[in-house]
Design a protein around this ligand. Structure first.
Ligand code: ARG
Length: 460
């Protein structure tokens, strides 16, 4: 018989293929530091309530410290026979501390232990992701400020619609990442709950002081239902869901960077350091970073599908299926962090071709709405004004002109109320300035938005 801690009722060794199949050590060894920290809190509490002696606690603590140093120093042998990180740590503790190691698991199950480890891990990682979202927001606000007078075509249906400030477009992403950061902070609240003491599912007969363990580990609260504590992975589902939304924002941004850096748009140039070449076409400079971020969004959304499908039919309480929660969770954390980091570095390395953006804003009838609005100001009902402007567009198209190239006489064939002041109305400067409703692209609004964001970020 192997030295498995649960082998008491077994008379046969585990099949080697089953050992390999059920092992999660390759994945969950990443949790070792949390597992050990959780164990130290648990044994400290056990000594506090008198279940073990202070001497035993000290021996266990020293032993766990040594185990931690060994794993950290890569001086540790992992084996499928010991299934997961929890059993590895406990078994290694036996080697370091002797028989007293057998007392560590008193009043505890791997079910509450693994829930604790993932929560500790995720708490730290969410904080790291929030910090990265702030860094990205800072870069966006800085760029918005740098380009606060640059005009670009705004699109709907990817057709030129109305001119907007490039800064306004950037600040749209600022808002998205702000909500992402808020979603992460909210998810952190539900992650910050201490499950240890739930034991296998029903609580334990030992007089554990869960509140004491909570304080030692710095959790906001103790979980209220032992069955929920070992069954719940909704904090992880919620995190991957919030992460998916953040990735979708990055992916949409990436799509725009890819489009904008094409010769067809030529709105931006991404620096050489953030692009790659082609092994066959010497002229190529490809926006691979943006493309890969867009591509990696699929992984994260896939991880969300994996974890919600994993959980959907599980009866209470713990089921071994749940061991499969870690790969999607870890992969999501690693992917989101990498994408946020690379974006924060890439954005300041983008050159904005303002003349091209401006020229594009002056072609394609982006001022047709403003012509209609002008007519409304002169007393024409909006629906009629819309139709008049549409007719003027058709006329201009036929003559290969823009609206602002028509003469007053030509305008007058569509509506008598049009006077020479129309040209000011149709100019880019006016179109931007007049969009003064809160949240619009007007210069003042965008400046205010940049100010607000700068203040918000300074408070962080
Ligand atoms: N490796 C397991 C997991 O990640 C730990 C909990 C195992 N519990 C059990 N009863 N087999 O979910």
């Amino acid at each position: 018989m192997g030295k498995k801690p649960w082998s008491g009722r077994f008379s046969q060794d585990t099949d080697a293929m089953v050992e390999r199949f059920t092992s999660s050590i390759d994945v969950d060894k990443a949790l070792y530091a949390y597992d050990i920290e959780g164990s130290i809190a648990h044994l400290t509490m056990l000594a506090h309530v008198g279940i073990i002696t202070q001497d035993e606690a000290a021996a266990l603590r020293t032993g766990l410290g040594r185990v931690k140093a060994k794993i950290a120093g890569d001086d540790f042998e992992f084996s499928d026979a010991l299934e997961d990180i929890h059993m590895h740590v406990e078994s290694a503790l036996g080697d370091e501390a002797g028989d007293v190691a057998r007392k560590l698991h008193t009043g505890r199950s791997r079910n509450d232990q693994v829930a604790l480890d993932i929560r500790m891990y995720l708490k730290a990682e969410i904080k790291g992701i929030i910090a990265r979202l702030f860094a990205l927001q800072r870069v966006l606000v800085k760029m918005a400020d740098q380009y606060k007078r640059v005009v670009m075509p705004g699109y709907t249906h990817l057709q030129r619609a109305q001119p907007v400030l490039f800064a306004h477009h950037l600040m749209a992403y600022y808002e998205m990442f702000k909500r992402d950061q808020e979603r992460m902070a909210d998810c952190l609240k539900r992650t910050d709950v201490m499950p240890l003491g739930a034991a296998a599912l029903a609580g334990t007969t030992f007089p554990l002081e869960r509140e004491y363990t909570r304080q030692l580990l710095g959790f906001a609260k103790v979980s209220d239902n032992s069955m929920d504590s070992v069954s719940d992975r909704d904090f992880a589902m919620e995190f991957i869901s919030a992460a998916s939304i953040a990735m979708i924002h990055l992916s949409r941004f990436s799509e725009e960077l890819v489009l904008w850096s094409s010769s067809e748009f030529a709105f931006i140039t991404i620096s050489d350091a953030f692009t790659t070449g082609s092994s066959i076409m010497p002229q190529k400079k490809n926006p691979d970073v943006a493309e890969l971020v867009r591509g990696k969004t699929a992984r994260v959304v896939g991880n969300l599908m994996a974890i919600i499908t994993l959980m959907k039919s599980l009866p209470l309480a713990y089921n071994r299926d749940m061991q499969e929660d870690k790969e999607p969770l870890f992969d999501t954390v690693n992917t989101v962090k990498a994408c946020l980091d690379v974006y924060t570095r890439m954005l300041p390395n983008i050159k904005v071709n303002k003349e091209t953006m401006l020229a594009a804003s002056e072609k394609g009838f982006l001022n047709a709405t403003d012509l209609a609005d002008y007519l409304v100001l002169k007393g024409v009902p909006f629906r009629q004004a819309h139709s008049i402007s549409g007719k003027a567009v058709a006329f201009a198209l036929e003559h290969s002109k823009e609206l602002h190239h028509l003469t007053v006489q030509e305008f007058k064939t569509f509506s008598e109320v049009i006077e020479p002041d129309i040209f000011e109305y149709l100019s880019i400067e006016h179109m931007i300035s007049r969009r003064g409703t809160h949240g619009g692209t007007g210069y003042d609004n965008v400046l205010k938005a940049i100010d607000r964001a700068t203040r918000d970020l300074d408070e962080q």
